[in-house]
Write a protein that binds this ligand. Structure first.
Ligand code: GDP
Ligand code: MG
Length: 596
């Protein structure tokens, strides 16, 4: 145990976490240059394209310093806040963390959010300033920002370039010197935490564990402490960047992969504790909480015949993503689909994209919604995550909505506009810190409803891309909220209902019907688009009829041209959904959240 070092890397997106991980792996000689495919740590397609890390991946490396042999376990964490529970469990499995900050960009919002999680887990933090090869690098200024924003000493920060390799060996030496070796009782009964799980086509459900006491043995019968279920360990492996190395035991302080041979990953939950079935330990490693979805949306196939395919696809995705939850839902407007719960907006986008790309489905997502806690006059409390299911006004005593703590870091020249934006989102300031003369960190308490869509895009556009943003859930608070309904050609479209603050209902209603008018193509007849609160219509627009058939302007003569036009029309229709007699394009369902 003395020579084991378990550490994570935490960073804001794009600050070089994956590149640095690859570089450390290479420096430890576990793979040759030729084998080092770029971005080895990010294995899923979407991760590569978007440059994000969704599932944590770990590797076990060998390193020799001053003639002494060390085992370095590099525990990769998903960097995004949507996956903060997973980040937190990866960190709980580490004894130290490298805090990577881009030498040209400085501290950003996700740096802060991840540092808070690392501090909660009492990790030894090693500040690392990366990209010192860049002409714009300013390591001294960045070290000061680290000190001001996080309050840790950054004078001995490691200066590296993951790109050129400068400073990497010194960094690994610092890991050996500064990250404490694991503590634990090797002679006690088995106690290990699951900090990642996934599904392998050949081996079934796999769990990545960190052993805190005793050891995990091949052939052992183990118990999952969250639900008391017992399973048999078929095999054990150490994670290696290119292959998995079989082992008979995973010792105290080590990390490793447990093969249970199960067909579904949903029984293996991140955060759960594994112990010996016959001789269980008394206390789990920290509290286990099931993944909690924060954002919900209806997902519907454009073609109603695809419903069963969509169900299969969701089942398959869940094999690998135990945080995904869904149940069948029926919409008057959209037919049969599913209400899907997500950890956050990024998670939602990734899931929708995977459904469309990997399963070849054409989908409509209704506007995302948060959970509302609705207290009824009869004393009952219900959770509503579909605005169209909000009870009638006269039955409601009060509605409580979720709040988040939002962190924004911005160059100070955009401060005024960003504060105006946060106020318009019903935010209240809890803290403002100048990181130096030209960068500011803002902390606000904001209703989550206001940030689920659009907020991040608006923030990016008013700060020319320079402001960064992250959030963590706070609590539920009373809001003066109402349900805004949309009618198209006289029919209420349930999938378009949204919950808004009462004093914004009129302006939102007007913007909404105006946007819808632009999006709905002209039909053969006039189409009224109305916004209403209960039975009261508060805004209306009309989509004029197209009058004559499109092909009429071809003067009959040119038959191929006519056919081409009709084909074009048909292709355009593919992504349309019929609502009554009206054809609505799929974007219409997201447009309800656009504010301008
Ligand atoms: P992650 O999102 O934190 O995993 O960041 P990546 O490792 O994907 O890196 C983001 C971008 O920064 C990529 O284009 C890298 O090539 C680049 N990058 C990473 N480290 C360095 C470095 O030391 N110097 C320079 N110039 N670019 C780097
Ligand atoms: Mg990455």
């Amino acid at each position: 145990m003395k020579n084991i070092r378990n550490f994570s890397i935490i960073a804001h997106i794009d600050h070089g976490k994956s590149t640095l991980a690859d570089r450390i792996i290479q420096e430890c000689g576990s793979v040759t240059e030729r084998e080092l495919k770029t971005q080895m740590m990010d294995t899923m397609d979407i991760e590569q394209e978007r440059g994000i890390t969704i599932k944590a991946q770990s590797v076990r490396l060998d390193y020799v310093k001053d003639g002494e042999h060390y085992i370095l376990n590099l525990i990769d964490t998903p960097g995004h806040v949507d996956f903060s529970y997973e980040v937190s469990k990866s960190l709980a499995s580490s004894d130290g963390a490298l805090l990577i900050v881009d030498a040209a960009q400085g501290v950003e919002a996700q740096t802060i959010a991840n540092v808070y999680l690392a501090m909660e887990n009492n990790l030894e933090l090693i500040p690392v300033i990366n990209k010192i090869d860049l002409p714009a690098a300013d390591p001294i200024k960045v070290a000061e920002e680290i000190e001001t924003s996080i309050g840790i000493d950054a004078t001995d920060a490691c200066l590296v370039s993951a790109k050129t390799g400068v400073g990497i060996r010194a960094l690994i030496d610092a890991i050996v010197d500064r990250v404490p070796s694991p503590v634990g009782d090797p002679s006690a009964t088995t106690k290990a935490i699951i900090y990642d799980s996934w599904f392998d086509q050949y081996l079934g459900a796999l769990a990545l564990v960190r052993v805190f006491d005793g050891q995990v043995k091949k052939g052992q019968n183990i118990k999952l402490m969250s639900n008391g279920e017992e399973h048999h360990i078929l095999d054990l492996m150490y994670p290696h960047p290119l292959k998995r190395i079989k082992t008979n035991t995973i010792e105290c302080g080590e990390i490793g992969i447990v093969v249970l041979g199960l067909k579904e990953v949903s029984v293996i939950n991140v955060g759960d504790t594994i112990t010996d079935a016959k001789n269980p330990t008394a206390e789990p490693v920290g509290r286990y909480e099931p993944a909690k979805p924060f954002v919900f949306a209806g997902i519907y196939p454009i073609d109603t015949d695809d419903f069963e395919d969509l169900r299969d696809a969701l089942n398959k995705l869940r094999l690998n993503d135990s945080s995904l939850s869904y149940e069948p839902e029926t919409s008057l407007a959209l037919g049969f689909g599913f209400r899907v719960g997500f950890l956050g907006m990024l998670h939602m986008e990734v899931v929708k994209e995977r459904l469309e790309r990997e399963f070849n489905l054409d989908l409509i997502a209704s506007a995302p919604s948060v959970i509302y806690e609705v207290y009824l006059n009869n004393g009952e409390k219900i959770n509503v995550h579909n605005p169209s299911e909000l009870p009638e006004v006269n039955k409601i005593d009060r509605i409580e909505e979720p709040y988040v703590k939002a962190t924004v870091i911005t160059p100070s020249i955009y401060l005024g506009n960003i504060i105006t934006l946060l106020i318009s989102k019903r935010g209240t300031q809890s803290k403002m810190t100048y990181l130096n003369e030209d960068r500011v960190m803002l902390e606000y308490e904001v209703p989550m409803n206001e940030i689920v869509v659009d907020f991040y895009d608006t923030l990016k556009s008013i700060s020319k891309g320079y402001a960064s943003f992250d959030y963590e859930p706070l609590d539920f608070r009373v809001g003066d909220l109402v349900k805004l309904d949309i009618k198209v050609a006289g029919e209420a479209v349930d999938a378009l209902s949204i919950v808004v603050p009462r004093n914004q209902a009129l302006s939102r209603g007007r913007i909404l019907v105006k946007n819808m008018k632009e999006i709905i193509p002209r039909q053969l007849f006039e189409v009224a688009v109305q916004a209403s609160l209960g039975s009261q219509i508060i805004a209306r627009e009309t989509v004029k009829s197209m009058g004559k058939n499109v092909t009429a302007k071809c003067y009959g003569g040119d038959i191929t041209r006519k056919r081409k036009l009709l084909e074009k029309q048909k292709a355009g229709k593919k992504r349309m959904k019929s609502i009554g007699k009206v054809q609505l394009p799929s974007e219409a369902f997201m447009s309800v959240l656009k504010m301008d």
